[in-house]
Design a protein around this ligand. Structure first.
Ligand SMILES: Nc1ncnc2c1ncn2[C@@H]1O[C@H](COP(=O)(O)OP(=O)(O)OP(=O)(O)O)[C@@H](O)[C@H]1O
Length: 680
């Protein structure tokens, strides 16, 4: 630890390297200018490549406790061009992912951004299908094999003009390119079911995004979890994409080997959100040497850069190296050296050049599968996932069977005595509330589905409507079995109203209620994506609905405020209880309490359970079905609305950049990296 960020060769840190070597850096920059100008005008032979530039880019994150903000990126300027691979490097936590997120238009809602990010010289939104982004986390469907995951994705993303065989071929070729041919039939695996290794998952994520050969590709740590040979192999495949097809590729990378480093065209080196170096990767070594921090011979230059600017272990180092400069000071020297260099000037000139380009709007993503193909593929994929994921439906089915056997034995052959009226009411209430309540059990699996959906949606793989349709259709067979089998056990053990029509109605109510609870949980998942908070919220909402459904407190006894209006009318339990009661009691006769005369089922419904008798049990079922449709439409509206609202919220939230710059320009009152901006 004690020798971490210091150059191996002794160096005089007291001199002012920035001034001493600025003339030399100037020469270096001029030598790269001509070469750059050639590139900018001829974009690898294609004129539809993507030029991305950013100028004075700041990103701050609001600090909940103090009400201020911390700067993550501080005035970055740079560019990425077609046919080039730009690598973003720096110590952990320096802002690499944040820079990628900002460029791809995917910053978190608690962050604020200022400065210009231009695509082909104009402001354009990048998310939702105009670029591809391989994030640091591998959000994949864990139950699919590598081949299935990539092939389903090919069917979704590649245009209908390609035949199925061509799509399959493209998928297999891409899998092979990423060195995954031996793992083709291995399931991806996840929690509780080991499948692929971390590095293999990384490569599957990359496969899925490079399938369509996107014009603009962001990669966050593409070599995470890979050994050096695999890293080189994967990075060279990625680099091939840019050179052969004029793609623009930006990748953050932790510790490239010298071979991998050799693949980079440009390098952006960050430290604590500041630019230490931005320019040709091949000139970085010279920049460090001229700034006073030469790379020792036999050392990998990228290791040297990272060691020199990593201040995370400064305390350890200072103890053992009295009199030497702290890494913070070394970084300051490098930042100043870069700012005063010709390389920096050249970067600004290039950015200005890109800004001057004629307006060329970025096409919305390449054409993908038609809407019908998307619905079909998503339904099949979701069905396969539900079938293979034991937690999605199978476990629930087993618990339902156990519960309904219990329910049937408690109310076994309940009969039609006076006492059976209350018993049947309690049993039907349990079915309509607790059994359907348990549909909440699929929530964790659904949250996983949502994570995959978000990634795919942001990368423009398909339309949100196709996702909702696919998810709905694929769940139908499982819900059908889950309502039919346990429903039959409970119904026939208890000996409820005889006749198949009555049983069919009973099972239909369970089916629709389960679907309704799932739809409700979808809305919860789109608002509260955290699984634990989602379950608690969903359970809370259903608890209120059960209480207000008119069983525990009869409708006429419910307090008017809140419980009667609106809870009683919006609680789906009301329609389920009353539908099941009508199904059971209508047309039946029961002995009175004293047993001297008979009372009709209609009388029991009206007077005992206070059921609304103005409409038939089928209307109750239709209302429940309407609620399912409403909830699914609401879910769709929320996810579509969030897509539209996010950029607007971000624009509204962006603070005045001058305010941030002023605070940062005054380091005597503000620590350099952790500037606190009061929000007022
Ligand atoms: N949404 C956020 N809310 C709070 N802090 C954030 C947020 N995004 C980033 N940060 C903070 O900003 C800093 C930079 O984060 P970032 O993920 O960009 O670093 P990185 O260089 O990609 O790190 P690593 O290499 O370890 O992935 C970190 O200290 C991180 O905690």
């Amino acid at each position: 630890m004690a020798s971490l960020p210091l150059p191996v060769q002794p160096y005089d840190y007291e001199s002012s390297p920035a001034e001493t070597h600025s003339a030399v850096l100037e020469v270096e920059a001029v030598s790269t200018t001509d070469q750059r100008e050639v590139n900018i005008n001829s974009v690898g032979g294609e004129n539809d490549g993507v030029f991305l530039s950013w100028e004075d880019l700041w990103v701050t994150v609001s600090n909940g406790r103090s009400g201020g903000s911390k700067s993550i990126l501080q005035g970055l300027t740079g560019y990425a061009r077609p046919g080039e691979l730009l690598a973003i490097m720096g110590p952990s936590g320096c802002g690499k992912s944040t820079l990628l997120d900002a460029l791809a238009g995917r910053l978190d809602s608690n962050t604020r951004q200022s400065g210009d990010i231009l695509v082909n010289g104009q402001k354009q939104a990048l998310a939702y299908g105009t670029s591809a982004y391989v994030t640091q986390d591998d959000t994949l469907i864990t139950t699919l094999t590598v081949k299935e995951a990539v092939y389903y994705s090919a069917q979704l993303q590649l245009p209908n003009s390609m035949s199925k065989a061509e799509k399959k071929e493209r998928a297999e070729l891409t899998i092979r390119e990423m060195g995954l041919h031996d793992a083709m039939n291995t399931r991806i695996g996840g929690w509780g079911a080991k499948g692929l290794s971390g590095g293999q998952k990384r490569r599957v994520s990359i496969c899925i995004e490079v399938l369509t050969r996107p014009k603009l590709l962001f990669l966050d740590e593409p070599t995470g979890g890979l050994d050096s040979a695999a890293s080189y192999y994967v990075m060279s495949r990625i680099a091939c994409l840019d050179q052969r097809h004029g793609r623009t590729i930006i990748a953050s990378i932790h510790q490239p080997s010298s071979e991998v480093f050799g693949l980079f065209n440009n390098l952006c080196l960050l430290s604590s959100g500041r630019t230490v170096y931005f320019g040709p990767a091949s000139s970085a070594n010279q920049f460090f040497a001229l700034s006073g921090f030469p790379c020792p011979s036999l050392q990998n230059p990228s290791d040297h850069f990272l060691r020199t600017i990593n201040k995370d272990f400064d305390e350890d180092i200072e103890q053992g190296s009295v009199g030497k400069k702290s890494t913070e000071e070394v970084i300051d020297i490098l930042v100043k050296s870069y700012k005063s260099s010709g390389i920096c000037e050249e970067v600004n000139r290039q950015v200005a050049e890109i800004h001057k380009q004629e307006d060329r709007p970025l096409e919305k993503k390449r054409t993908h599968g038609s809407f019908l193909t998307q619905c079909h593929v998503l339904t099949r994929r979701s069905f396969v996932n539900m079938y293979r994921d034991l937690g999605y439906y199978w476990l629930r089915l087993a618990i339902y069977v156990a519960l309904t056997v219990g329910l049937g034995s408690i109310f076994f052959d309940v009969g039609s005595s006076y006492g059976s009226i209350q018993a049947k009411g309690s049993m039907l209430m349990f079915v309509a509330s607790f059994l359907t309540f348990m549909a909440i059990g699929g929530f964790p699996s659904f949250v996983e589905d949502m994570k995959v959906f978000e990634r795919e949606r942001l990368n423009g793989h398909y339309d949100s409507t196709a996702f909702v349709i696919g998810n709905t259709l694929s769940s139908v067979p499982f819900l059908f079995v889950t309502s039919l089998l346990p429903g039959a056990i409970a119904y026939y053990l208890a000996g409820l109203h005889k006749g198949f029509e009555h049983f069919a109605y009973f099972a239909s109510v369970i089916f629709v209620c389960m679907m309704l609870v799932e739809s409700l949980m979808m809305i919860v998942a789109s608002i509260v994506p955290n699984f634990l908070m989602g379950i608690i919220t969903g359970a809370g909402i259903q608890g209120l609905m059960i209480l207000g459904g008119g069983f525990f407190r009869l409708p006429n006894d419910l307090p008017e405020t809140f419980w009667k209006y609106p809870m009683y009318y919006i609680a789906f339990h009301k329609y389920a209880f009353q539908g099941l009661f009508k199904n059971e009691f209508q047309g039946q006769m029961y002995p009175s309490n004293a047993g001297r005369h008979k009372i009709s089922g209609e009388y029991i419904l009206r007077e005992w359970w206070q059921v609304e008798m103005g409409y038939s049990k089928w209307i109750n079922l239709a209302i429940l079905f309407g609620m399912v449709v409403l909830c699914r439409v609401m879910f769709l509206a929320i996810i579509k609305g969030a897509e539209k609202a996010k950029p607007a919220v971000r624009r509204f939230m962006s603070p005045d950049p001058k305010q941030m710059k002023q605070v940062m320009a005054n380091p005597t009152t503000t620590p350099l990296h952790e500037a606190t901006l009061q929000d007022n």
